[in-house]
Design a protein around this ligand. Sequence first.
Ligand code: COA
Length: 333
Amino acid sequence: MLHSKIVGLGHHVPDTVITNDYLSSRMETSNDWIVERTGIHERRWMNPAEDTVANMAAKASRIALQRANLSEKDIDFIVFATITPDYFFPGSGVLLQRELGLDGTIAALDIRNACSGFIYALSVADQFIKTGKFKTILVVGAEIQSTALDITTRGRNTAVIFGDGAGACILQASAKPGILSTHLHSDGRFAEELYVKDPGSSRPHEERQPDQILDTSTYKVVMNGNQVFKHAVVRFTEVIEEALNANSLKTEDISLLVPHQANLRISQYIQGKLGLSDCQVYNNIMRYGNTTAASIPIALSEAWAEGKIKENDLICLAAFGSGFTWASALIRW
Ligand code: COA
């Protein structure tokens, strides 16, 4: 039986560090409020002269390839998770392909499942490897959230949370597992609890013409923070337990839980609920904020580089976000 294994990880974040004090100079908020409610101390924002979603993804991908001792030419397929593509269409997958010099030689697929996007992408790649269709797949999560944030007091509940960055992993066919299982869920009843409305297509023609748009607030992130929080803590816990049960494993078997970095209080709640120790959970939201589909691969890449992931460890990934969508993956490293 074919299995899939992560053989390389990489990440890249923009150079520009945005502190809580900087945000406090632009809106009514404070370092204390942000740290207490979210755990975030700083985040990175793109530099318009330098960063695009695709080129940050390419930088992360090259690091992952180098760590896997592979080159661009070894990639059979790209799965790219983002909700902030460089263009409305096409998606960033083909742009990454172009950045990597793989034009016309392989296929690229785009996934837009928000904060759960990376696990959805990993799950798709896992299926392609297990069926024998592809041998080496580049799976990426990358986002530029900063340019869609409302950097005024009106947008403070989202402006302080989100950040930019990219993470990548190389998934390869292997005789030994690997990815033990993935678990995907969604519930569209809550779509408008966390969303960006425009440029939506189901609008009268005149409302979609740039020179007619007077109110641009529908292009900004809208979030009902309390609702998201309440659902997140339930779904995160459920989907981690689902993954453990599917593999007849227990919480004490987890070497490291790498949760989507939504909010430090959400991670701490899940940790308490599952009875995990501090060294069983990896968080880096303090430095990067919530980077949506990029948060898990950035965290995984950092945890690996810090020596916190070793061979044979049991790694659990879990995410919750817009849609709502939620997902988990259990990996034997
Ligand atoms: N600075 C200061 N005050 C702020 C603020 C900010 N950045 N953002 C909101 N507030 C205010 C609100 O206006 C409200 O004021 P009011 O009581 O006068 O109306 C007050 O703080 C409390 O707001 P509330 O939304 O209840 O705060 P909260 O404790 O729920 O924290 C979030 C807000 C957004 C941090 C929290 O709901 C959260 O983290 N939700 C989950 C978000 C998430 O994870 N999103 C990504 C999902 S993948």
